[in-house]
Design a protein around this ligand. Structure first.
Ligand SMILES: Cc1cc2nc3c(=O)[nH]c(=O)nc-3n(C[C@H](O)[C@H](O)[C@H](O)COP(=O)(O)OP(=O)(O)OC[C@H]3O[C@@H](n4cnc5c(N)ncnc54)[C@H](O)[C@@H]3O)c2cc1C
Length: 554
């Protein structure tokens, strides 16, 4: 018989609470709800791609977590006595993307995923320990590029789309760049796939050739499955902080709640490397962790979370609304919360699109930081997002230039960030500077800048350009249905004027209610919003009380 994977490996060291050992009391709780059984060397406890899996506590022996079991046999971790198996996908009910194979025989306690979820809901200490471990494991898997494989060229738009989709959904994946990874070629040959059929996504035995985002979501099992009910109490469009807050409060207060998002749960906030000004997190929290926690919380209360689901149209119908999605499906809701946020503006430059994703970026997450590691980077913008990006990227890029059109960062950036930037010599501030041209072959190589006081031009080497210059709301799909301000943000409550109120029979919209009764706008999409995570969360939660009020008034 072949040796099980992991022979000769040391047990994986605990990092950031990813692989804790449980104490006697915690194990006793698991014994009370699980089944104790003996396991033999080589036994597979769960396999990547299984529709779901159970929770395992190891009492004795050792288990190897392995990617591509039987083919690649990449050892990801070895877990020994009193540790437990699993990852975030156990809590969300998605398939595992790694396999667990017993290396040393011993005894395990097996607990069904449903029982585990019930147990942790009741036990704060165990719940915190498991959740922290699972979040830390996800972080490690993303860092080491475990999980599904994406094979495609860095110059392909579709590869970029899939990388963004996987990264925004915090799916661990290994990107194999056809341009310089010999193993990528070998893998394609072994699977009989031509370069023209790439990008491909490979998970276990499944291979998707140039899939849509929806196909990848289905394969990896994120987002709720199945059709929505004929009528929901509340449909939330957009799952950034505002939409997620509305989902947590809506579902926890007994509303039948459906959430749709066109890309990923967490919105813009999930692209923030560190949110430092959110109440209750004195040392900051990464946007993705905040999003992950909020999504789990909304699901736990019973909200149905669908991704990708892009709203493209709205129709009003006899006391309810029908939201049309880009794939032709519809979702009906008695009330709607619009939380679609805003999208960052683009620079008006020739050939900008050619460089998008291959040098020009609108977020500064781990993915983009990898793309410009060791290279010169330029950041444009004077707001907090530009400042945070500069701080973060200065740890990865060879040099970091922050450019603003004016002469004073203090007009648009928080003082704490300006102080941090001033203490970071790796970041060079360039005032009165505008980019007028992008240069490069297949990817960005340089930018031409002009001093807007003197007209002097210079060319600067730049492999990455990060643009943070304000935002436009995602409201195209609501045009002609609800009142908007001159920049297309949604007007609500007392800011609505005379003829904008026709749809309101009593002509009194509630706070946060748009010109259509029962449609609310929260977060960045709302006219005059503060554009902060905390205010988006506040509005999302407040809107739920108003939803109850509107339903009761009908
Ligand atoms: C890099 C960066 C750093 C930031 N740092 C901070 C910070 O430190 N502190 C702070 O307070 N704020 C910060 N912000 C601002 C903060 O993230 C936003 O104010 C907040 O995310 C707004 O939340 P929202 O839910 O209103 O919108 P968003 O977060 O923009 O979410 C909107 C969601 O709607 C979805 N959507 C859009 N259109 C559709 C459609 N038609 N159908 C379905 N779904 C749709 C989008 O995919 C998105 O997920 C930062 C922003 C960025 C980009």
């Amino acid at each position: 018989m072949d040796e099980p994977p992991g022979v000769g490996f040391e047990e994986t060291v605990d990092r950031n609470g990813a692989f804790p050992r449980l104490g006697d009391e915690q194990r006793a709780r698991l014994h009370a709800v699980g089944e104790v059984r003996r396991v033999e060397s080589g036994e597979v406890l769960f396999r990547e791609g299984d529709p779901g899996y159970d929770f395992f506590l190891i009492e004795s022996g050792a288990v190897t977590i392995v990617q591509g079991y039987g083919r690649e046999n990449r050892v990801i971790a070895v877990q020994g006595p009193h540790r437990f198996l699993g990852e975030i996908n156990l809590l969300t009910g998605s398939p595992p993307y790694l396999s667990a194979v017993v290396r040393d025989p011993g005894e395990v306690v097996q607990v069904s995923a449903d029982r585990l979820r019930a147990l942790v809901a009741d036990n704060e200490e165990l719940s915190n320990l498991i959740l922290r471990a699972y979040l830390a494991r996800r972080e490690i898997l993303i860092d080491i590029g475990a999980g599904v494989k994406l094979v495609g060229s860095r110059y392909s738009q579709c590869t970029r789309r899939l990388r963004e989709f996987l990264a925004r959904n915090r799916m661990p994946f290994q990107w194999m760049d056809l341009e310089d990874d010999e193993e990528a070629d070998a893998l394609l040959q072994a699977l009989g796939i031509s370069a023209a059929e790439t990008p491909v996504v490979i998970s276990g035995e499944d291979v998707l050739r140039n899939p849509s985002n929806a196909e990848v979501a289905r394969l990896l099992g994120f987002g709720s499955r199945g059709d929505p009910p004929p009528m929901c109490d509340l449909v939330i469009v957009g799952a950034g902080p505002a939409g997620l807050a509305a989902a947590v409060y809506g579902a926890s207060e007994g509303l039948d709640t459906q959430v749709i998002d066109k890309i990923a749960f967490g919105g813009q906030a999930s692209t923030s490397a560190r949110i430092e000004n959110y109440l209750g997190f004195p040392t900051g929290i990464s946007g993705s962790e905040l999003a992950e926690r909020a999504t789990l919380q909304a699901r736990r209360f019973g909200a149905r979370m669908v991704v990708p689901g892009c709203a493209v149209g709205l129709a009003a119908d006899d006391g309810h609304y029908t939201i049309e999605l880009s794939d032709g499906q519809v979702v009906n809701g008695r009330t709607v919360i619009v939380a679609t946020g805003a999208q960052y503006r683009k620079l008006d430059l020739p050939e900008l699109e050619r460089f998008e994703g291959v040098g020009v970026y609108y977020a500064a997450t781990q993915t983009e930081a990898q793309m410009c590691a060791g290279d010169p980077a330029v950041i444009v913008g004077g707001g907090n997002s530009a400042g945070q990006a500069a701080m973060y990227l200065s740890h990865h890029a060879a040099s970091c230039r922050l450019m603003i059109r004016g002469g004073d960062l203090g007009k648009s950036m928080s003082r704490y960030l300006i102080d941090e930037l001033e203490n970071r010599p790796e970041v060079e501030l360039m005032t009165y500077t505008e980019i007028v041209e992008l240069k490069g072959g297949q990817s960005l190589e340089a930018v031409v800048v002009v001093d807007n006081r003197t007209g002097a031009r210079r060319e600067l080497e730049a492999r990455a350009l990060f643009v943070f210059i304000g935002a436009d709301p995602h409201t195209d799909w609501l045009r002609d249905h609800v009142a908007m301000d001159e920049h297309c943000f949604l007007i609500t409550g007392r800011d609505l004027q005379g003829d904008q109120l026709d749809a309101h029979v009593d002509r009194r919209p509630l706070f946060l209610e748009t010109s259509r009764p029962g449609i609310f706008a929260v977060g960045d999409v709302h006219s005059g919003s503060i554009k902060r995570v905390a205010s988006a969360v506040g509005e999302g939660s407040m809107a739920v009380r108003l939803v109850h009020q509107r339903i009761a008034s009908r």
